[in-house]
Design a protein around this ligand. Sequence first.
Ligand code: SF4
Length: 693
Amino acid sequence: MSKVHYRNCNLCEAICGIEIKHENGEILSIAGDKNDPFSRGHICPKAVALKDIYLDANRLKFPVRRTKNGWRQISWEAAFDEVTAKIKEIQTCHGRNAVAIYQGNPSVHNLGTMLNNRELLKCLKTQNSFSATSVDQLPHHFAGWAMFGHPLLIPIPDIDRTDFFLILGANPLASNGSLMTAPDVANRLEAIKQRGGKVVLIDPRKTETARVASEHHFVKPSSDVYFLLAIMNRLFAENLINLGKLKDFTDDIEILREISKEFSPETVEDITGISASEIRRLGSEFGTAKSAVCYGRMGVSIQKFGSLCHWLINSINILTGNFDRAGGAMFTAPAFDVLAAAKGGNVFNRWQSRVRRLPEFIGELPVVALSEEILTEGEGQIKALITSCGNPVLSTPNGNQLDKALENLEFMVSIDIYINETTRHADIILPPATGLENSHYDVIFNAFAVRNTAKYSEPLFVKTDGAKYDWEIFQELVHRLSGETEHLKSEPPEVKLDLGLQFGKYKLSLAELSENPHGIDLGALQECLPNRLLTENKRINLAPEVLVKDLHRLKTGALTVSEDFPFALIGRRHLRDNNSWLHNSERLVKGKNRCTLLINALDAERLNLQNKQMVKVSSRVGTIEIPCEITENIGRGVVSIPHGYGHGRAGVKLDTAKKYAGVSLNDLTDERVLDELTGNAAFSNVRVRLEAR
Ligand code: SF4
């Protein structure tokens, strides 16, 4: 007889409720859970990948060791012995920083990893800690820290109540919301229009989201910062500044007035490609809307001026009083509050990378520095690397260089379920139990959700005999590396989770969540300022010195392009993709080739390109060949390639992904192009040239 299991899908940030019908260990169907108070039955096509990953013949279930004759299964005991011995030996010989760690994006979707990875970092005491944060979202955290006192104080657009949603460089219809957890986002955006509101999209590409937006404006890549300054200019010029209650605890409005003075719509229209009259209109409409919220994501984060953009986005919301109020940008109040014991203080530039002196932020160095820190000889050189569920060869800039760098390591261990483009370099792979074998509570994305809800998912399946959970792997490494094996015992993440829930705002418990398998609705976002601020003086800092000083990079010519590389390359994501990690699901990757170069029809005509013709694309760091897809839906002078592809490398054990290999965008992106303030990679507006093949 079939049974039903309810849980959250943890494949992306949207945390949709799903209903899994199963019988005798076999999954019969995966559907949306209509009773989930947050996602209301919505799921996307990726949800089925939970089954595909669980059944994937390529998924590792036991530790493996790389040998001259290929991969060999070894016992957990032997694996832990070797890993800890090598890490200790390398740190003893070459110092703490000789061992680096890279944590990939899936880490953050995993309860066991999120509640245990800090202990491993503490134990390693290395300054060479890297993660996917500096791939795509560091500017959000930086602006949150500089303005509100903590990197996790990221304001979330209250899209369920807003009347005017201004989106820059985000494609929620493909992502289902990012740093804005918003399952069923298409209906949520539709509802804005149904209640008489407006959705305006600013993006170099007419994306899937443009189809549901009230209007779309092409913007030149990396010029959003000028657009935002011009909007601010209009707000001041038209006396649309009204902080409301925020004025009692907000500083330095006049500095923003001065800064924005020189950025009139007329001065930025050529730079941005958006006419002065349209910028004026948008500024007025935003400033006079009953409620409005400005939100930016990937497109504005992964560019040279990412941190400036997020500062200005927050500032525009604050200046118009659309902050900490219904329909504006708000902070969440999650049941398990990652900020419960948080303190403010400096988390920036306490140390720098060895080679390029790039700044640390929240204990991490920018990942653009990883390959040079491995390749450059000298004291402090990285000799060993631990990766946790990441594939930086495909997901970080100049992937080819990192690919080569990994060959130079003395030792590498990966906590991962696959032998992929990155982990193929590992000496040992420690594979954790996966998705459906794990319990889940999203400790991170509930903190970025457009509504407060809480849900705990029991494991659906018992893990394979002898397999280990992520938290068991992390705890075992910590016990052995710290030498404290005697008095420490394994502790499942549920212990910390239950405590956090009980001491949280709603005084929930794990038992209560277990009795509510569809989840518990905790209501719309709530006003919480100034209490939630973590700045020293409990005030909003509208003009942090570190950001104001960075404005000097906007001098004329900041976006000047070399004639050798006349096109601006941007990335993109499809609803059926999630970075590189779902490409081993045949039903998600099959069908029309999605790994294509989008090019504007007029540009294609000028280059005499035909649809699907192979094009050689070259940047400073590399060259790839890819079929082109001619379209009206991308700005002139801009081309786009999706990220997460490029599975054709030797030694990768991903049968399906190799069949649909595609090419890697990051064999073109450049580790030297970054947001110079924070070191976040600048994937957007990589300069390339095209040649027909
Ligand atoms: S949108 Fe994300 S969370 Fe929802 S079903 Fe798809 S992959 Fe899962």
